[in-house]
Write a protein that binds this ligand. Sequence first.
Ligand code: ADP
Ligand code: MG
Length: 379
Amino acid sequence: MKRSPGTGSAKTSAYTSEALQPSVPDDTIIRPHAETAYAHELAALAATDDRPRPASWRLSPWAVVTYLLGGKAGETVIEPKYYGQRRLIEIAVATLATDRALLLLGVPGTAKTWVSEHLAAAISGDSTLLVQGTAGMNEENLRYGWNYARLLAEGPSEKALVPSPVMNALRDGKIVRVEELTRIPADVQDSLITLLSEKTLPVPELSTEVQARRGFNLIATSNDRDKGVNELSAALRRRFNTVVLPLPDSLDEEVTIVQNRVAALGKSLELPPEAAPLREIQRLVTVFRELRSGKTEDGREKIKSPTATLSTAEAISVIHQGQSLAVHFGDGELRAHDLAAGLSGAIIKRPGYGCRRLAGIPGDRGEKTGWLAGFVPGL
Ligand SMILES: Nc1ncnc2c1ncn2[C@@H]1O[C@H](COP(=O)(O)OP(=O)(O)O)[C@@H](O)[C@H]1O
Ligand SMILES: [Mg+2]
């Protein structure tokens, strides 16, 4: 609930989100949730959507796909959020309409988290039910915990129970997201099995259970590279449909993604649009793709790939950092030396590593020295 400053109720408990999040004007929030940032698109889609909606869904599966991939809802333009194969998103959305959960798999920076947030926003109107998977996690984080002060004072009761986001999603018929599922220790992961197959979460301490309402489902994301750390047990894997999000196919596609995300980020930081010229974005994405594939785009030269992940997400942040340098310390236009500063952070994570290789990347006119030479310190 939003309130104007100064109208906060005195009765608000110290633990409610309203108390933790004082009533500030919305535009001071650094990153509003998807359902807030795109509220107008979601409302337009809901108003024009005449296809059947699964129980508790805010939109039909078709409209959810339109929300993710872009299109029109009446007069309202729906911005594309994900660039990639339509079929992948259709499979993901169709899965969520069944009783199987969705696992988004891919290398870092392939928009797994991004897609899951938007799916939850479009389907449940709420992308905040989120569990971040870590190696130190225990079952309480996936099921429920206790407010120990209350538990000791009053014994087990519903009031003393602290529900996890998973429990809240079950009870409210919403989508819950579990980030980095395979980082969670295997025995803790297994506590999801009953939940996903029986659609209920027993609370033996209170001799009760929370049964899933329609609309409940789970989206897990997992990093390809974490595989083997705590690989999913076969039993759990059977409860999921897996959709692999790939790295962008072509240079053009990747440039479009970076361009769009950079423009959106620039807008939120009030950077002028000329702060990220297409030419520099193309150069940077080319460098990333060449380093990733280990050869130049024309296939003529071999390059040693660095160990750092060179995802689209990283390219976005390098441009973004360069923009900030150009705007605050340059003449406002992003130039190679602004990019180089970010690049050395993203690629050359160890001093000295890869500098010579980078210097060997051909520049605009194919010159051997490379456009970065002279910009990266120590090159
Ligand atoms: N195909 C894509 N379409 C749109 N955005 C993308 C794409 N690939 C990467 N991104 C951008 O990369 C950023 C990071 O993605 P993220 O979801 O955090 O990656 P992951 O969770 O897979 O590691 C997001 O801001 C997203 O906009
Ligand atoms: Mg992620």
